[in-house]
Ligand binder design. Structure first.
Ligand SMILES: NC(=O)C1=CN([C@@H]2O[C@H](COP(=O)(O)OP(=O)(O)OC[C@H]3O[C@@H](n4cnc5c(N)ncnc54)[C@H](O)[C@@H]3O)[C@@H](O)[C@H]2O)[C@@H](O)CC1
Ligand SMILES: [K+]
Length: 496
C-alpha cells in the first residue's frame, strides 16, 4: 500500500497538478487515467482477494473513465464485471470517452441502472462523480445513492465518495458511504471536514506514477499530522537526565466535584514524560487526586496569591479542566493567563476567556466545537460547517495556536498551513478525553521549546493512544484507558 502523503489539497489544486503532469511533464491524461484504473484493480485484489463479482458504477465525467479502465482490466483478469452506466456513456468526452470505447472494443457491455442491479455484487466500485461534482444531485440520483448504500456489497470509492464536496466535506444531496476510498494525486481536504470522515472509510492513496518532484509544484491547503516529527520532538533521553530537566507542568483544574478532570489532566502530563506535575485545585479535591495518583503533587488553593509560587516554578501552565466558572475559577484564570508562561487553555478556561477576551501568542487553546462557538459568538453548527474558518477566526481574535477538536482535529496558527489529525476514533467521544488531551499537550510542551509543534504532537499522540485503546472496541472506551498506551506513543525511538 502506498503511504499517505502529508499534503492535503483542494480540488483546484489537484486539477492544477493534473494540468502540470499533462502540459509540463508530457504525461497524457489517458495514461494517468490508466494508472488510476490499474491502482483500483490492485486495491480490489489486495483487500478483497476472494471477490469475483464486481459492479462498477460509472457517471458522466473522468471519474467514470477510471471506472471503465478498471472494468476493462478486471474483465481481462476474468472477474465477473457488471458495469452500470448511471448516465448515457455516449455523452462522455475526452479521456473518459476513450476509456469507455476501449472497454467496449474488448467486448465490455454496460447496463442501465435498475433497483436490483447490485443484488449479486460482492464489491461495488463508485466511479459516479469525482472532483468535478459542482452542484446538488437531482432527486433520482440521490435515491440511487441511498439504494447503493443499502446494498450488502463492500463499496470502494474511486478518488472521492460520490456526492461529497472535495473542498468542504459538505454533501451535495446524498453521498456514497464507502468502506475504502482510493484517491488519486492528492488527498482531498473534504475528507477531513464536514461529513467527509463519515463517508470515506479507510483512505488510500495513489500518485499515478508522477515523479516526486511534480508534487512540489502545487502548494497544499493543509498538512496531515504525521509521526515523523515525534522522534525529533521526543528524542531518546540521555542516560544522565533527571526529572528537573524534563519540564514542570502546573495544572490549574478541578472545581467542586471535578477532581477527576484535574487528575486526568495531571496523570496525562506524567504519562507523556513531564518531569514534574503539580495540580492546583480546590482544597477538598486534594485527597482524592493524590490518592488516585500519588506521583502527582497536589496543592489546595483558596486564593489567587497561593498560586503565585507555583506559577513561578512551572515551565508550562494548563488551565481549565473541570474548573467551573465561579468567582474562584474566574480569579485564577484572570490572574494566570496574563502571564508570559506557555499556557494550554481548555474547557472552563476557554469559557471564561470568551467572557473577557484577550490576546496572547504563548497560548494553545483547545476548544471543542461548542467552546469554539462561544469564543466566536456563533453557533456550534456554524463552527462545524466551516471548521477551518472557525479555527482561523479564533487565532485572529485570541492569538496563539488553536486546536479545534472533533473528527479531523485541526491545529491552526498564524502564518502556517493548518494541520489536520486523521487518527483517533469515535470511541474518544467520551468524558474526560479533553482533559487527557490538555495534559498530553502540556506534558509534551514542557519537554520541547516550540508550542505549536507540541500542540500537533500532543494531538497525534492522544489520537494514536485512543486508537490503540480502541482495539478491543470503540464503544465504552474511557479516557483513562489511554494511560496504558501514551508511553508507547511518546517513545518513538523505542517503539519497534
Ligand atoms: N487526466 C484526468 O483528467 C484524470 C482524471 N481523473 C479522474 O477524473 C475525475 C475528475 O473528472 P471530471 O472533472 O470529469 O469530474 P467528474 O468525474 O466528477 O464528473 C464531472 C461531470 O459531472 C457533471 N456534474 C457535476 N455535478 C453534477 C450533478 N450534481 N449532477 C449531475 N452531473 C453533474 C459535470 O457536468 C461533469 O460532466 C477525478 O476525480 C478522477 O477520478 C483521474 O483519472 C486522474 C487523471
Ligand atoms: K467516486
Amino acid at each position: 500500500m502506498v503511504p499517505l502523503p502529508l499534503a492535503i489539497h483542494t480540488a483546484e489544486q489537484v486539477r492544477s497538478l493534473d494540468r502540470h503532469a499533462i502540459a509540463q511533464l508530457g504525461i497524457p491524461g489517458y495514461t494517468l487515467m490508466t494508472s488510476a484504473g490499474e491502482a483500483a484493480l490492485t486495491t480490489l485484489r489486495s483487500y478483497w482477494p476472494a471477490a469475483q463479482r464486481i459492479a462498477v458504477l460509472c457517471g458522466p465525467g473522468n471519474n467514470a473513465g477510471d471506472g471503465y479502465v478498471l472494468a476493462r482490466l478486471a474483465r481481462a483478469r476474468r472477474l465477473d464485471v457488471s458495469v452500470v452506466a448511471m448516465t448515457d456513456p455516449r455523452s462522455l468526452r475526452g479521456d473518459a470517452q476513450r476509456a469507455w470505447s476501449d472497454f467496449v472494443a474488448e467486448g465490455g457491455v454496460t447496463r442501465e441502472w435498475s433497483d436490483d442491479c447490485l443484488d449479486n455484487a460482492e464489491i461495488v466500485v463508485d466511479a459516479i462523480f469525482g472532483i468535478g461534482l459542482s452542484r446538488t444531485l437531482d432527486g433520482s440520483m440521490c435515491e440511487r445513492i441511498r439504494r447503493i448504500n443499502e446494498c450488502r456489497a463492500s463499496i470502494l470509492a474511486l478518488d472521492i465518495p460520490s456526492g461529497l464536496d472535495a473542498d468542504t466535506g459538505h454533501i451535495h444531496g446524498a453521498v456514497i458511504h464507502a468502506e475504502r476510498t482510493l484517491t488519486f494525486m492528492g488527498l482531498k481536504l473534504g475528507f477531513y471536514l464536514g461529513e467527509g470522515p463519515n463517508c470515506t472509510g479507510i483512505v488510500m492513496f495513489d500518485g499515478l506514477e508522477l515523479p516526486t518532484a511534480a508534487f512540489s509544484h502545487v502548494d497544499p491547503s493543509a498538512l496531515r499530522i504525521g509521526d515523523d516529527a515525534l522522534a525529533r520532538l521526543l528524542p531518546r533521553r540521555r542516560r544522565t537526565t533527571h526529572k528537573g530537566q524534563q519540564g514542570h507542568v502546573l495544572i490549574v483544574a478541578g472545581g467542586p466535584g471535578m477532581a477527576g478532570a484535574a487528575r486526568l489532566a495531571g496523570e496525562a502530563a506524567l504519562r507523556v514524560g513531564a518531569g514534574l506535575v503539580t495540580v492546583a485545585t480546590r482544597p477538598e479535591n486534594v485527597a482524592a487526586i493524590v490518592g488516585q495518583r500519588p506521583e502527582l503533587i497536589c496543592r489546595g488553593i483558596e486564593r489567587v496569591d497561593e498560586l503565585t509560587p507555583l506559577l513561578e516554578r512551572a515551565d508550562v501552565l494548563a488551565i481549565g479542566p473541570g474548573l467551573g466558572q465561579d468567582d474562584w475559577a474566574q480569579a485564577l484564570v484572570n490572574h494566570s493567563i496574563r502571564l508570559a508562561l506557555p499556557t494550554v487553555i481548555d474547557a472552563d478556561g476557554i469559557n471564561l476567556l470568551a467572557q473577557s477576551p484577550s490576546k496572547g501568542e504563548h497560548r494553545i487553546l483547545t476548544p471543542h466545537p461548542g467552546e469554539a462557538g462561544r469564543l466566536l459568538g456563533i453557533s456550534t453548527a456554524q463552527v462545524q460547517s466551516d471548521r477551518l474558518a472557525a479555527a482561523r477566526g479564533i487565532v485572529d481574535r485570541y492569538g496563539g495556536t488553536v486546536v479545534l477538536k472533533g473528527a479531523g482535529t485541526l491545529v491552526v496558527e498564524r502564518n502556517a498551513l493548518p494541520s489536520i489529525c486523521d487518527q483517533g476514533n469515535p470511541g474518544m467521544a467520551s468524558p474526560g478525553m479533553g482533559d487527557v488531551l490538555t495534559g498530553v499537550i502540556a506534558g509534551i510542551a514542557a519537554q520541547t521549546a516550540e508550542l505549536a509543534e507540541a500542540a500537533r504532537a500532543g494531538v497525534l499522540v492522544h489520537a494514536m493512544a485512543g486508537d490503540m485503546a480502541a482495539r478491543r472496541g470503540e464503544r465504552g472506551l474511557l479516557a483513562s484507558d489511554l494511560f496504558n498506551y501514551l508511553p508507547t506513543c511518546v517513545n518513538p525511538t523505542q517503539r519497534f
